[in-house]
Design a protein around this ligand. Structure first.
Ligand SMILES: NC(=O)c1ccc[n+]([C@@H]2O[C@H](COP(=O)([O-])OP(=O)(O)OC[C@H]3O[C@@H](n4cnc5c(N)ncnc54)[C@H](OP(=O)(O)O)[C@@H]3O)[C@@H](O)[C@H]2O)c1
Length: 336
């Protein structure tokens, strides 16, 4: 099968940072589906995995954590899908990725692709939807069906991949969304996705949140950068919750969290597949929820840039875009 992989961990402007390669087509067993990949999206995690290190991969390493495609064959224990089903998923960080014509993926982390979207439009969604859904509804325990209606959520980094679907999921749950965006185009993008208030994460945020009419906020989702931590602690309502998806080695002062009796939650969308948790199938369920909401017209794709075909040159282009750190929504590649 065709695949895009790499042997050495190189800067993205190096022609060998991605290579067009031929690899054996894998075979499905157990709960795995073999998916014929039609479209993929690039996330910051792809660029982090590719970061410079002094080792050589042989055979070439294939990464990629968002895909849509068609089930080509199924393992003997598969119960949720049939050959020919159209699917979308974000895969598993510990396995070979989606930058290949065929990929094995456990059925419990796969959803039915939205019928109303193309493969490219669908591939934009899985990783970021899982992240935002788990952050709001599994970690912060917000009710997706509206029991928290009218409560406020501050979404930091709202124009990015996670924020773009996060705004929509939060609005659907009835929350009042304060979104951060630092440029006119990202501010316009988050407004179009449903943000009620927009503030600039490059300016002092406490004053802006107060000027928007909030003394503090009920929930905070740090969907970008933990350097905003102290601001978030200042803004969180007593007994409120903050969820973060960012890595951090930085100091995180906690004293004010205790005084406010506030909680901190970590979200890592690969945790369920990495640790094979008993509730891994929740990712199948939540992707199906997103798919149904898309088909019902209450959520939309976050695709903003489409590139074709899937090959090393175009994947280098897509990684360079994501590495810039100012993406609006998602960069997608489709067709081989
Ligand atoms: N834990 C997990 O499971 C998980 C899952 C997905 C992503 N992540 C991580 O979460 C981060 C965001 O992912 P993503 O896919 O949304 O990224 P992305 O699409 O690359 O995010 C781009 C957006 O980030 C905003 N931004 C840039 N610098 C910022 C800053 N200092 N503060 C706030 N916003 C800033 C930009 O807004 P402006 O242009 O308006 O400045 C831009 O719209 C990445 O580090 C990613 O690795 C973690």
């Amino acid at each position: 099968m065709k695949a895009v992989g790499f042997k050495r961990y190189l800067p993205i402007d190096n022609e060998e940072s991605f290579l067009d390669v031929e690899l054996p087509t894998p075979e499905a067993a157990g709960r795995d589906l073999l998916v014929s990949v039609k479209a993929i999206a690039v996330n910051p995690v792809d660029t982090k995995v590719r970061r410079s290190k002094d080792i050589e991969e042989n055979p070439p390493r294939v990464i990629g954590y968002d895909a849509s495609g068609v089930v080509e064959s199924v393992g003997s224990d598969v119960t949720l899908f049939n050959v020919g089903d159209e699917v979308f998923y974000a895969g598993d960080l510990t396995r070979s990725g989606s930058n290949s014509e065929y990929q094995l993926v456990d059925e419990r982390i796969v959803g039915h692709k939205p019928k109303s979207l193309s493969f490219a439009e669908s591939a934009a969604l899985p990783l970021t939807s899982i992240t935002a859904y788990e952050a709001f509804f599994d970690r912060l325990s917000i009710d997706p069906l509206g029991a928290n209606k009218g409560e406020s959520v501050l979404i930091i980094g709202a124009g990015g991949g996670v924020g773009s679907i996060g705004i929509q999921l939060a609005k659907k749950a009835g929350l009042v969304v304060i979104a951060t965006a630092s440029r006119p185009e990202s501010a316009a993008w988050v407004r179009e996705l449903g943000a009620d208030h927009v503030i600039n994460h490059k300016e002092p945020m406490v004053e802006q949140v107060k000027a928007a009419g909030f003394n503090c906020v009920d929930h905070i989702a740090i969907f970008n950068d933990m350097r905003h931590w102290e601001t978030c602690v200042e803004l969180i309502k007593p007994q409120g919750g903050i969820v973060t998806i960012d890595n951090t080695d930085a100091d995180m002062p906690m004293a004010a969290m205790k005084t406010k009796c506030a909680s901190l939650h970590w979200e890592f969308m690969f945790a369920r597949s990495m640790f094979q948790t008993d509730d891994m199938i929740e990712q199948h369920n939540l992707l199906n929820y997103v798919s149904a909401q898309i088909d019902a017209g209450s959520l939309r794709t976050t695709l903003s840039e489409a590139i074709s075909p899937i090959n090393a040159a175009n994947l280098r282009k897509a990684h360079a875009l994501v590495e810039r750190g100012d993406a609006l929504g998602k960069v997608v590649l489709s067709d081989w």
